[in-house]
Design a protein around this ligand. Sequence first.
Ligand code: NAD
Length: 492
Amino acid sequence: MAMGEKLLNYIDGTWRQSSAAEYLDVINPATSDLLGRVPLSPAAEVGEAARAAAAAFVSWRRTPVTERIQYLFKLKNLLEEEFEEIARIITMECGKTIGESRGEMRRAIENVEVACGMPMMMQGDFSEDIASGIDEIMIRQPLGVAAAIAPFNFPGMIVFWFMPYALAAGNTYIVKPSEKVPLTMRKIFQLMERAGFPKGVVNLVNGSKEAVDAILDHPAIRAISFVGSTPVAKYVYSRGTANGKRVQAQGGAKNPIIVLPDADMEMSTRIAADSAFGCAGQRCLAASLAVTVGEARHTFTEAIADAAVARTVGYGLDEGVQMGTVINQASRQRIEGLIQQGIDEGGHPLVDGRGATVAGYEQGSFVRPTILQNVDPGSSLVKTEIFGPVLSLVHVNSIDEAIQFVNGGQYGNMACLFTSSGAAARKFRSEADAGNIGINVGVAAPMAFFPFSGWKESFFGTLHGQGKHAVEFFTQTKVVVERWPKEWSRQF
Ligand code: NAD
């Protein structure tokens, strides 16, 4: 797109200029290039999208599921054809490496593939003769209009935890991408247009708080999927449910990984470093606390420090770069401030990634991998989501103490254990209070056919994104009890 071009909304099958009073610059966080300008669309434009989606629902829900999924097959093919281009856009607007962007889009496509199984996944139930001459049927029907509100850190993938399932199940849809990274969804909607979805079935409205509030309040919108920080997740959940909508709201995280002394240290540190520093720590499944038990303290600390220092930081489109930028300069300052807070609270900066510069990208929002050692388990840093490449090391003396530490945290997105003991792994799997568990795995991201199971302050709602949970979330059950008295059949 031309520098500074104004982004359009996609409503009722047409690309429309927003009447927004305010536009925000979309900036490449490595080069500082202006990539485009995103409208903060007014509530009225959400209203237009909701009306178009409600009108389209009438025939979309009656379109056989076997036909609805044909649009998803077409979309899958287009996403494959444009895979590299989409990955480049993600890296340019979000700052992660091109390999990470490709990984994100692979996960997005997998959700389209799983949703193509909808003819079977939304099948109902039938019981004959629940009483004499009486049968009972359960049918799954779509809800109507559904909407997604997305965060900045996975501009391509996150909407796909929800949208393909919603559409295949017969709902119509509205996407509100993060205003920080709107270009990826723009590209994806161009592909949805090419896939030929009937007008009004999929709609894209750019914006921020006003657009979100309009989604939360609009009477035609029946279901909302939110992913973002915990305070906004709570707000979205409370306001959306108060308005009678179904809401699933995924929030922030502070993920601990536990390293037992019997862990394979070479493998564990490599995986821990990828988890903590991959995507520059801007992953809701990033490790941000490493809890060493007993002797692991010394072996793990040395090895993870080496891994942090060795990581190549730079522009995500350049060859050999292992870690890109954080999202913007404000985020960089916030992260550097939190590192200082950790030091003020007694942590020791074993590796200090502040003040990073990368030759050729002097304006880039870089923070290098950082490790804070001897962090007090009771300090406020331990409770704060940093959302940057910062790993805090905490030490305890037993697995019971480690599990107690994990379960004392306010979040429950992920907890991981590194060990060669099956008994320890089994205990941890059963007792750790988190919805996604990794055993010798550092980013326990569920595949598309499993629910993305955050707990505690990382999730508000009942049904999660992806797989069978998504099918349930985007359908309502109807139970029919039918009586056909035997006497009536005598006439035939
Ligand atoms: P954010 O909460 O700032 O924004 C998310 C969305 O909410 C955006 O679309 C934004 O426009 C909107 N929004 C922001 N403030 C709002 C307000 N006051 N009222 C109404 N809407 C508002 O989150 P972010 O910074 O874009 O994303 C990072 C956060 O997302 C981190 O906390 C991360 O842990 C979390 N996250 C969680 C998961 C998960 O699966 N649990 C996945 C990815 C990211």
